[in-house]
Design a binder for this molecule. Structure first.
Ligand SMILES: NC(=O)c1ccc[n+]([C@@H]2O[C@H](COP(=O)([O-])OP(=O)(O)OC[C@H]3O[C@@H](n4cnc5c(N)ncnc54)[C@H](OP(=O)(O)O)[C@@H]3O)[C@@H](O)[C@H]2O)c1
Length: 289
């Protein structure tokens, strides 16, 4: 088996490569793909093959995917451009003779009103239409998404959100990466669609508690209306579009779209998912960094 991992210059893709290595996949059977090869030097030194992967450069995709049988397509980070980018990757996978695509999608991509879902369901559909085997990993929220809130809380002593008393079943990126490695290596995942979430759906009072624990200083949750939230974000200097996007995501959380706990992730990784405070503590870097 040879597996190509895209987005290996990013957080999740790098962790997927590490998880594959930790699960005993030979380094020379892994191709770590990204636009900036210098970010992959250490993997190269460990024997992992590295390849330039740029979704807008067909030749890079053809070269990176040659002779691989599995593609882990980590969804791109350029929101709004991803359908064309992912289509290019799927077309190249098919041309290269790749057997299966493992794609990192979004929770309940086919039925949700999550603002980020349209590009993910479009990608799932184009992968289905390619005729290749697939596994969809519908990754829920990363616990690390709340690192920014943690850093703010270090100064303000509060976490501000417009989610009301809604809950989020987040998990660490490392948990999601382990699941990806497990489905790459394991049998019986062709055609499977996994809804991957943390085991526990926490509310924002619990997030504030986790922040207190990690920071060693009291933190409270201040619940605001969407209008107040947007006004505060804009007053803090965020562009209007970004503020609106954050408030829309909080609206999705308020609607309970990220609160499901089906247990797929723990089953795939064979252990409980990483608790919120542990994930935030592990990811925390010194504020000066
Ligand atoms: N579930 C969640 O909570 C959550 C949160 C944020 C994002 N996501 C999604 O999950 C993905 C992985 O998360 P992450 O934290 O690892 O994100 P990340 O650190 O930003 O990594 C994104 C990766 O995508 C690559 N990429 C972006 N555009 C590309 C292009 N045009 N051609 C080739 N590669 C491209 C980046 O490569 P470069 O280094 O060359 O830019 C990078 O390696 C994100 O891209 C996003 O789709 C999920």
């Amino acid at each position: 088996m040879t597996v190509v991992v895209t987005g290996a210059t990013g957080h999740l893709g790098r962790l997927i490569v590490e998880s594959l290595l930790a699960r005993g996949v030979a380094a020379e059977r892994i191709v770590a793909g990204g636009r900036r090869l210098d970010k992959l030097d250490d993997l190269s030194e460990r024997g992992v093959r590295v390849a330039r992967v740029d979704y807008s450069d067909e030749a890079s995709l053809a070269a990176a995917f040659a002779a691989a049988d599995t593609l882990v397509l980590v969804s791109g980070s350029e929101v709004g451009s991803r359908i064309g980018q992912h289509q290019a990757a799927v077309d190249a996978a098919r041309a290269a003779g790749i057997r299966r695509i493992v794609y990192t999608s979004a929770p309940h991509a086919d039925s949700t009103t999550l603002v980020l879902a349209p590009e993910h369901i479009a990608t799932e559909n184009l992968i289905r239409e390619s005729g290749l085997a697939f596994t969809f990993l519908r990754n829920g929220w990363y616990s690390e998404n709340y690192l920014g809130a943690l850093y703010q809380a270090a100064t303000t002593g509060e976490i501000v959100a417009s989610v009301g008393d809604a809950r989020v079943a987040s998990a660490s990126r490392a948990d999601f990466a382990e699941a990806a490695a497990a489905v790459v290596i394991g049998d019986g995942h062709d055609g499977a669609v996994y809804e991957l979430t943390g085991d526990h759906a926490w509310d924002f009072a619990e997030l504030a508690e986790a922040a207190s624990e990690v920071l060693g200083t009291p933190v409270v949750y201040r619940s605001v209306t969407p209008e107040e939230h947007e006004a505060e974000l804009i007053a803090a200097g965020l562009p209007t579009g970004t503020a609106g996007f954050i408030v829309a995501l909080d609206g999705n959380i308020r609607d309970g779209l990220l609160a499901h706990t089906p247990g797929d992730l723990a089953r795939l990784i064979g252990r409980p998912t990483t608790p919120l405070a542990e994930a935030l503590g592990a990811a925390r870097v010194p504020a000066v960094a």
